[in-house]
Design a protein around this ligand. Structure first.
Ligand code: GRF
Length: 225
């Protein structure tokens, strides 16, 4: 996924909002647990030039049999399983943090990573961890968000890309995309249509964050015009 030609090792190193704004490639670390369709959408955005100036440095899963890891290997990316089973959260997270650091990751993207991060993980990458959730937060955090949306009877649903903080599905919102809930929808059809929006939203959110053209006031992510 590297895009040779964009690197300029002699460039100064301007930093704004804690994000490096030089010419070097920004390096993403992807964490996933399952099928990896959001990860694949990010990889395709990079390949097609929709997400310029960044590359996927490493894909890490807490499940060795995650389909997303197979996809990453097929794409020739570094793909690592760091199994969580039987280990304390802090110890497991410390190994992941070490791997992300070894790979010089600038931004961590949770893409269907089904594990809560320890406070130490969040502190290791302050405002450098994104997550995608299949609802318009703060509605329907947690598991089965699409099923919750259908059961509640909302007429608008969608997805949210947000910074990760120490509470579940809670951090500052970077971007949301919405769709109508159709009278014919069930949890599966709604999930499928939200997923289409997720695949657009994640790359757009990554581009926004890597641009550094924003500031955060309270809970508000505000773009610099
Ligand atoms: C997505 O719906 C995402 O919003 C949620 O987990 C699911 C992961 O799907 N956090 P995939 O593995 O990216 O296909």
């Amino acid at each position: 996924m590297a895009m040779p030609g964009n690197e300029n090792h002699n460039a100064p190193s301007p930093v704004r909002d804690g994000i490096y704004l030089g010419q070097s490639m920004k390096r993403l670390g992807i964490l996933l647990s399952g099928r990896g369709s959001n990860f694949l959408a990010i990889a395709e955005s990079i390949k097609s030039g929709k997400l310029p100036g960044c590359e996927i440095a490493v894909v890490i899963s807490n499940k060795a049999d995650a389909l997303g890891l197979d996809i990453a290997r097929t794409l020739g990316l570094h793909a690592i399983a760091i199994e969580a089973r039987g280990r304390k959260r802090a110890e497991h997270d410390a190994e992941i943090i070490a791997s992300l650091r070894d790979h010089n990751v600038d931004l961590v993207c949770l893409a269907g990573y089904m594990r809560l991060l320890s406070p130490g993980f969040i502190q290791a990458f302050p405002e450098r961890i994104l997550n995608i959730h299949p609802s318009l937060l703060p509605a329907f955090p947690g598991l089965d968000a699409q099923e919750q949306a259908v059961a509640y009877g909302v007429q608008i649903a969608g997805c949210t890309v947000h910074f990760v903080d120490e509470q579940l599905d809670h951090g500052v919102i970077v971007l949301q995309r919405s769709i109508p809930v159709l009278p014919t929808d069930d949890a599966q059809t709604l999930s499928d249509r939200i997923l289409e929006q997720e695949h657009i939203a994640y790359s757009e959110a990554i581009a926004r964050v890597l641009s550094g053209e924003y500031h955060i006031t309270g809970r508000r992510y505000l773009r610099r015009e």
